[in-house]
Write a protein that binds this ligand. Sequence first.
Ligand SMILES: Nc1ncnc2c1ncn2[C@@H]1O[C@H](COP(=O)(O)OP(=O)(O)OP(=O)(O)O)[C@@H](O)[C@H]1O
Length: 648
Amino acid sequence: MSLIVNSIDIKELSPYPSFNLAQQQLHDLAPIDYFLAKELVLSTNFTVKSKTSGDVNVINKDELTLLFHLIIAVSHSIRIGNSCLPLVQVANSRIGFYADDNGIISHHGYAFPSLEEIKLLLTSLSTNPKENKLIILSENALYLPRYYKFEQELNNFIASTKNNEVSSSRYPVNEIQQCLSELFIYDTKENVDADIDWQKVAVANALNKRFSIIAGGPGTGKTYTVTKLLAAIVSLNMQQPLNISLVAPTGKAAQRLTESLINAINGFEGIISTHILEKIPRQAQTLHRLLGVLPNKVNFRHNQNNQLNIDVLVVDEVSMVDLPMMVRLIRALPSHCQLILLGDADQLPSVAVGNVLADLAPRPHKGYSKANKDYLTQVTQSKAFKSYKNNAYDHVTFLTKSRRFDKEGIVGRLAEFVIKGDASNSWQLLERSESSLLLSLDINQWLPKMVTKYYQGLAKCQDISQAFEMLAQFRILCATRVGTEGVANINQQIEQILYTKGNHQANKPFYHGKPIMITQNDYGLGLFNGDVGLIWTDEKGLLVAIFEQPDGHYLRVLPARLPSYESVYAMTIHKTQGSEFQQLVMILPQNKESKILSRELLYTGITRAKKTLQIASAKTTWFQGVDTQVQRYSGIQLKMETNENSKY
Ligand SMILES: Nc1ncnc2c1ncn2[C@@H]1O[C@H](COP(=O)(O)OP(=O)(O)OP(=O)(O)O)[C@@H](O)[C@H]1O
């Protein structure tokens, strides 16, 4: 006999009547995952049935329990940065199990059934995107509807930019060819022998597309190349002035982009005609500013209903841009606007959901469609481009030759070993280097000396610009915020050292020469998470917080009005993305259980060093970091390849 009960019974039949009971079963269960599962399951109109009932919209207790745990798992997956949960990650596995070192089990967890059983349940619950219920099943991955929609929007955008782009180029091919030959003149030996000048390819590849990515490690010439690309775009549009914007995800990154751009433009004087160069903007802004922040809202002033008035947009440091932000950006772009993304896909992914750059520009490059290959061969006169079966990766060009890190230089070599996952060679390089790259694990051996050398002078600088310059010379990077080797403790120790060395203000919340970092957005003041400033005594003898703006101006804020902030003698590696320092010290946690270490984290830290780098790490920690790779799940790559529009 079938036992059909009404939906109120779901509450009683849900696997855990309370969070406490759930916590006893599932180790490390986050309240947010539990309450989301509870809310979603209770909000459905399932009725509960016995196994034999054939009714629609009914579910039995085991199925309800499975569904509940699937929602917990997908919620957890999103919290750690994935946009979905591939079912193979949970099928036949147990979540929330914990036994101590003696084998005593404290949490039994939950064992998921096979992939087939999970799919059977999800299919019967109509989880396909069109019927859009509490969770969505697509390509064997489970989504919450919000992130599914974000992915869909991005995929649709990419697909729409590929429609007929190669056959109906934005500019006549002969004009592109002419333009490239004027921009890339090989009067030095450098590129003559090379098979392919990838900077030239990057310009060519972007010129005939609405959407393109120029990806490469630090110093590979992304800004240099994009400046040439903008020069080409300007010269191909001489009759109609274009609105060109340049943005980066943080104030610091926008400031660096502005500086690199000005350097590149100055370097091209005499090579590219002045009337072209003067039409290239010299000023980058933050993404938030471009889109127009609405106080206390996640959405922006510019969106699909109020699009930006721009023709060309360059976005730098795209590895830092998360999936929702990228989608909000593309919504705000008018359909003719050319979008060019720059970034290093080997760096840490965004703090929030998604790994957009790595998804859109997977390495190694898979190759170009026949049509794009023919086009690139024709306009660049280079051959030997790798072929791919469709145009899924036509939008990407990788730059590989670093102009900043000499191939023989330690920083460049170390970064290369680390990102390739070569723990032993990278460790050997650290151990054997003549310039003592490894610091003692006892930070008292070296920290006081470094503080004296690099930080004590901050308060004695003659003016604020000199102080900012000094601050950019040196930084201590930590992997974590908490713990003995975490940012909070190291900053505290540094302030203590400054105090004992005679800076008697250094134990107060604000003192002259104290560097601070904002940790919360304040749209009203125009201060954003990650902005770095200095506390400084102004002309009237008052302490003010001063922040360098991307346009070179200083923003002054009374300390009492500051949003939350912290000292920034040391900062996390995550927060240094988009910044660089002449000298760096990186301190890694000695706690073996630290889950934060990865090769992307180490690579991001290492490549922030312009000149020198020293590292305090145990061998085991280093190996653990280099051996761990960040894995973010999403459906973007898969859909890019299978998209109907991308078949050639
Ligand atoms: N083809 C080239 N010829 C000469 N100099 C170059 C070339 N490409 C790049 N450079 C120089 O190399 C340096 C690094 O270039 P650029 O700043 O464009 O790199 P990037 O990839 O944008 O670096 P980052 O990722 O750190 O922002 C600059 O000084 C630039 O002028």
